[in-house]
Each structure stands twice: as C-alpha cells, then as structure tokens.
Ligand binder design. Structure first.
Ligand code: HEC
Length: 167
C-alpha cells in the first residue's frame, strides 16, 4: 500500500505544470512540417511516420539525451548532450522554434544541422512526440487517479478497523 502512495505523490510532482503542455492531436498535423527530415520508427522496426532521413529518427526523443540517436549529429548538438541536455517537451518546443538561438542559450556551439524553424505549435508537436516511446503520460495519469481513489477508500476502512480493534 505504501508504494502506491509514493507513486501518487511522485506523479503529482511530475504533473506540476512547468509550462502549458501542448495538444498531441494538433501536434500530429504540425509534424507534417518535420516529416520531410524526420522519421518516427520504433527500435523493433515499426514505423509510425515514414519521413525523411535528413534528421534523426524522433522515436522516444522525449527523455533522451540530445545528440545520442543513430545519426551523424553536428558537434553543437553532441556537446549540448554531453553538457546534460535531456529533451523534455518544453525544451523541444523551444528548440524547434529557433534551433540556433536555443543552442546558443545553452551556452555552447550553435552550428546545428537543423536549419528549420517552426513558427508556432512547438508545444503541440512536442506533446505528439511524447506519445512515442517513453511512458505515455496521459495513460499513466488516468491510472494514477484510479489508484488514488482506491487508496482513499482503503485508508478509511483501515481507520474504522483500527478503532474497532482498540475497543
Ligand atoms: C530541413 C530538415 C529538418 C526539418 C524540417 C526539421 N528538422 Fe529536426 N533536425 C534536423 C537535423 C539535420 C537534426 C540534427 C541536428 C544537428 O545534428 O545539429 C535535427 C534534430 C532535431 C532534434 C534533436 C534530436 C536529437 O536526437 O537530439 C529534434 C528534437 C528535432 N530535430 C525536432 C524537429 C521537429 C519537431 C521538427 C518539426 C517542427 C523538425 N525537427 C524539423 C533536420 C530537420
């Protein structure tokens, strides 16, 4: 029982809104702009979006260290990863809007090979990418809510039992 409580607390901490999360459905259409250069394909070979090879495969990119996929990255992106850049939705949203400006802010070489800039929809495309590979956040959220409710009922029962026992 105790580990369930811990899991719930951890989830709530993760869910704290650092930035306005995007809409994965919207992001799916935004990804049409990325497709010419990026494919989304699982390690087992399943292809979700058949796109170009000018850029790296973006399957499981959320939670992955920058510049560590199977791709000949620029030195800029590799060193950003070495300096600890791990993609989350917020960082991807910022990167795609201005790859060079973003890497410059990271404090390193900004000569990325990604020449494309997205005008809007960065959060949405990031939310879409988050649905591939890593634990799907929304599914986990639903599961946790259920757990929480059950947990509440269970501890009420426990209290009642405790009182009964002490009499
Ligand atoms: C013109 C081709 C092109 C387009 C269009 C493009 N990218 Fe890229 N992308 C690249 C290249 C090339 C790299 C590798 C950059 C480097 O090595 O500096 C890259 C790198 C990335 C990375 C980092 C990957 C990693 O493994 O660290 C992310 C995330 C990314 N792109 C997301 C997107 C998204 C989202 C879009 C659409 C909004 C997009 N890209 C559109 C070419 C493109």
């Amino acid at each position: 029982m105790k580990h369930l409580v811990t899991a719930t607390v951890t989830f709530m901490a993760l869910a704290a809104p650092a930035f306005a999360a995007g809409d994965a459905d919207e992001g799916k259409s935004v990804f049409g702009k990325c497709k010419s250069c990026h494919t989304i394909a699982a390690p087992d070979g399943e292809v979700f979006v058949k796109g170009g090879r000018t850029g790296p495969n973006l399957y499981g990119i959320v939670g992955q260290t920058a510049g560590t996929g199977d791709f000949r990255y620029s030195k800029a992106l590799v060193s950003a990863g070495e300096n600890g850049l791990v993609w989350d939705e917020e960082l991807i949203a910022a990167f795609v809007t201005d790859p060079r400006g973003f890497l410059k802010e990271q404090g390193g070489d900004n000569k990325t090979k990604m020449t494309f800039k997205l005008r809007k929809g960065g959060e949405d495309v990031a939310a879409y990418l988050a649905t591939f590979g890593a634990v799907a956040a929304t599914e986990e959220g639903d599961a946790m809510e259920t757990t929480e409710a059950t947990e509440g009922e269970a501890s009420n029962d426990a209290t009642t039992e405790g009182e009964a026992a002490s009499e």
